[in-house]
Design a protein around this ligand. Structure first.
Ligand code: GRF
Length: 222
């Protein structure tokens, strides 16, 4: 791939950071016109920060206890991201709801990944909610973040089956495999300038070949 200027990505993560790792791997593997330039966490011991360190990426812990309000905390996030000239913010297991001020600052420049087929099962424990409801298919969604919880315009979804004997763990693992595919893919589409947002609708410029189903259990679109 021609390595023209790399899109500067900042990742917000609160936990283990496997999606962060997938993005870093795609970037280091030359599959992304993007580079993670900073990882910001609200948890000092987030494994995501350790992953950043191992790859020589700047890790920043912003202590919520050190901020007087949610607004002040999100301002500190904006400052950390701006200091690193971040162009696209990727939420990857980030467990706080962002303020309207943050969303406005980075309008249509914040992506999130959710382990369910939105608008079904937003919020916490998407896999548990899917099992409880008895759906036959679930999956994952990458979307632009807006002021709501998992409500923003949808970019990519992947569908996986739910089996009778699934536990939350087996379903989560099946979904996670596709999270790791669709998140880097959404970032690459963004980096190529192929995503267009109009209201709730995100259209993706590109060839039909890009829309082909993948092998295995899942189906990715687009
Ligand atoms: C993922 O399931 C993601 O969809 C959800 O939180 C989880 C984060 O996992 N938003 P990881 O930290 O990326 O491993």
């Amino acid at each position: 791939m021609a390595r023209s200027r790399l899109l500067r990505v900042g990742v917000l993560a609160s936990g283990r950071g496997s999606n962060l790792q997938a993005i870093i791997d795609a970037s280091e593997g030359g599959k992304l016109n993007a580079a993670v330039v900073v990882v910001v966490s609200d948890k000092a011991d987030a494994y995501a920060l350790e992953r950043a360190r191992r790859h020589g990426i700047k890790g920043v812990f912003v202590d919520p206890k050190g901020c007087a309000s949610r607004q002040a905390f999100d301002k500190a996030l904006i400052d950390a991201l701006t200091e690193h000239q971040v162009e696209l913010v990727c939420l990857a297991g980030y467990m706080r709801v962002l303020t309207a001020a943050f969303i406005n600052h980075f309008r249509h420049r914040v992506m999130n990944i959710h382990p369910a087929l939105l608008p079904s099962f937003p919020g916490l424990h998407g896999q548990r909610q899917a099992l409880k409801h008895g759906v036959k298919f679930s999956g994952c969604t990458v979307h632009f973040a807006d002021e709501g919880v998992d409500t923003g315009p949808i970019i990519i979804q992947a569908v996986v089956p739910v089996f009778d004997d699934d536990s939350e763990e087996t379903l989560a693992a099946r979904i996670l495999r596709y999270e790791h595919q669709i998140y880097p893919r959404a970032i690459q589409l963004y980096a190529e300038g192929r995503l267009h947002v109009r209201g709730r609708h995100v259209t993706c410029q590109g060839s039909e070949a890009d829309r082909a189903p993948t092998e295995g259990w899942g189906y990715i679109h687009p």
